[in-house]
Design a protein around this ligand. Structure first.
Ligand code: ZN
Length: 287
C-alpha cells in the first residue's frame, strides 16, 4: 500500500539520512526502483512529473501500475507515489487519482499567490492524509519546459510557506535540474543554513541530485535535507547500457531483439544507480 512521505521523511531528518525520490517513466523504471528499495530495505519515493504522467497515459494508469507492482512484487518497504513539480490543477488531479503525495510548485508565482494556492492544497492533503511538498526559489535547469536560473530562496519566504503546514519544503540553494555546467558555483550552504534556522524541523528537499559532488550531498543532509530527487542520472545510466547493448550488436544475436532482452541492461543499470544513491543518502536498511 502506498504511504504518505511524512513519516519516512521525519525519520530521515531525525536519523540524519535522506530518502531518494527517483522519477519514473515506464514499467521498467518503476519495477527497477521498487525492487532495489525492497532488496536494500530502504524507503523510497517514486516521482512522476506531469510530462511523465501524460506519457504513461495519465495518473490513474500510474496509480494502477504502481499499486499492482506493490502487490505482485510483494513490496513491504514504505513507498510514496509523488507528483513532481505539480501545477495546481495537476496536484488536484493526482490527489483524485490516488497518489499518496504531491508537490505543488508555485515558485514561479508571486509569493502571495504561492502561499494562497499552497494553503488550499495543504488543507486538501491533510483531509486525506497525504503529504505535500512546496517550493520557494526556483530550481535551475529545465523541468518539463520550465526553465529556472537556480536562484537561492529567501529564508523568510520559506518560513511563510513552511508555516502553512506543508510536509516538506524544496528551497532553491543554487541547485539545478539536469547535468551541472562546468562553471557551476556549487550549493549555497549559507542559504541552506539560513533556511533551516527559519523553518526548524521541516524536512528539506534537494532537487537536481544528479552530479552534485558526494561531499556536498552529505553536508546538505547534515544541514536538514531529508529528501533528494534523482532523475537525470537514471536516464543516463539507462541510455548508456542500452547503447552498449546495441553497439555490441546483441540485438541481432539470437532473440536479442526481444524487448525483454533489449531493455534488460538498461533496467539493471537503473537498479545499480538507485542502489548507489541509496548508499550515498544513507537510507539502506532504514525501511
Ligand atoms: Zn525538481
Amino acid at each position: 500500500m502506498l504511504v504518505s512521505a511524512k513519516e519516512m521523511l521525519n525519520k530521515a531528518r531525525d536519523g540524519k539520512y535522506a530518502v531518494g525520490q527517483f522519477n519514473i517513466n515506464n514499467l521498467e523504471w518503476t519495477k527497477a526502483i521498487l525492487l532495489t528499495a525492497q532488496e536494500q530495505n530502504s524507503p523510497v519515493i517514486l516521482g512522476v512529473s506531469e510530462g511523465a504522467g501524460k506519457y504513461m497515459c495519465g495518473y490513474k494508469t500510474v496509480v494502477g501500475m504502481v499499486n499492482g507492482m506493490l502487490e505482485e512484487l510483494k513490496i513491504t518497504v514504505p513507498v510514496a507515489l509523488h507528483l513532481d513539480h505539480g501545477s495546481y490543477d495537476g496536484a488536484k488531479a493526482c490527489i483524485e487519482a490516488g497518489f499518496s503525495s504531491v508537490m505543488f510548485d508555485g515558485s514561479h508565482y508571486p509569493i502571495e499567490e504561492n502561499i494562497e494556492k499552497t494553503k488550499e492544497l495543504v488543507a486538501e492533503c491533510e483531509k486525506l492524509g497525504l503529504s505535500i511538498e512546496a517550493e520557494v526559489g526556483s530550481i535551475g535547469g529545465e523541468e518539463d519546459g520550465v526553465i529556472g536560473a537556480g536562484e537561492c530562496a529567501d529564508p523568510n519566504e520559506c518560513k511563510a510557506i513552511a508555516d502553512l503546514g506543508v510536509t516538506m519544503l524544496a528551497a532553491g540553494i543554487g541547485n539545478i535540474h539536469g547535468k551541472y555546467p562546468e562553471n557551476w558555483a556549487g550549493l549555497s550552504f549559507e542559504t541552506l543554513a539560513a533556511v533551516k534556522e527559519k523553518v526548524g524541523d521541516m524536512p528539506l528537499v534537494l532537487h537536481g541530485g544528479t552530479g552534485i559532488p558526494e561531499d556536498m550531498i552529505k553536508k546538505a543532509i547534515s544541514l536538514g535535507v531529508a529528501k533528494i530527487n534523482v532523475n537525470t542520472e537514471c536516464q543516463l545510466a539507462f541510455q548508456e547500457a542500452t547503447r552498449k547493448y546495441i553497439e555490441e550488436g546483441k540485438d541481432k544475436q539470437g532473440k536479442g531483439f526481444d524487448p525483454r532482452k533489449l531493455l534488460a541492461p538498461g533496467f539493471e543499470a537503473i537498479k545499480e544507480t538507485v542502489k548507489e544513491k541509496m548508499e550515498l543518502f544513507g537510507s539502506i536498511g532504514k525501511a
